[in-house]
Design a protein around this ligand. Structure first.
Ligand SMILES: Nc1ncnc2c1ncn2[C@@H]1O[C@H](COP(=O)(O)OP(=O)(O)O)[C@@H](O)[C@H]1O
Ligand SMILES: [Mg+2]
Length: 202
């Protein structure tokens, strides 16, 4: 059965679309993947010609995600608590929540986490994880924020994605896998692997 990974956070600029496209391209090496862009502004959908060998469809092209025929669907979501999110979470195997390590980012993530918890009450198979993105090296703040998130009971992933020019240039480089930045590639592959492990574990 198709697996669904949804990338969500009610705030913009945390790296949802960047991680969604890079994960989709990474998984595409071994699986048939469709990226569904549910952001009405449709940034990935509108960039689909930059990623010609990946199927990217807009939200209006699909009523029922589970009816799409492929191995894996990566869903990008808008930067607000869309009324469609509960329906998307309900069919998701994994919800990835990227966050930056700033105070206001942390406050914002709580709304998204609450929505995920609500969905998990009814559908306990939904797994979730927070990935710290755009991490700056030697940042004490990152450590403090990580401690607070752990106290909130948030499922914090081990993989850190650092603030890297190569990742910011994703659309130009056609995805991090085709970049020469080995460290960035390693981070995205490690994130993909961590998500797979969580999906298959029970
Ligand atoms: N790890 C990273 N390192 C450097 N820049 C990043 C990283 N992740 C995202 N960005 C940049 O941050 C900005 C916001 O990312 P985006 O994926 O559009 O966020 P969202 O979809 O959550 O609004 C973009 O300019 C993107 O290139
Ligand atoms: Mg986006």
């Amino acid at each position: 059965m198709v697996k669904i990974i949804t990338v969500a956070h009610q705030k913009g600029g945390v790296g949802k679309s960047t991680l969604a496209i890079n994960l989709a391209l990474c998984f595409k090496e071994q699986l048939s993947v469709i990226l569904v862009d549910t952001d009405l502004q449709g940034s990935l959908y509108h960039s689909r010609e930059d990623f010609a060998d990946l199927t990217i469809i807009g939200t209006d092209q699909v009523d029922d995600l589970t009816a799409l025929s492929c191995d894996l669907i990566v869903v990008d979501t808008p930067p607000y608590l869309s009324s469609r999110l509960p329906d998307i979470f309900r069919v998701s195997d994994f919800v990835l929540v990227p966050t930056k390590a700033g105070f206001f980012d942390l406050m914002a993530v709580r709304g998204t986490l609450a929505l995920i918890s609500d969905a998990q009450q009814k559908f306990p198979q939904i797994k979730a994880g927070i990935v710290r993105n755009m991490v700056k090296p030697r940042s004490g703040l990152t450590r403090d924020i990580s401690d607070i998130l752990t106290e909130l009971g948030a499922p914090l992933l081990n993989t850190l994605i650092h603030d890297r020019v190569s990742i910011a240039r994703t659309s130009i480089t056609k995805g991090i896998l085709s970049s020469s930045d080995e460290k960035a590639k390693q981070e995205i592959m490690s994130l993909a692997e961590e998500i797979v492990q969580m999906i298959i574990s029970d």
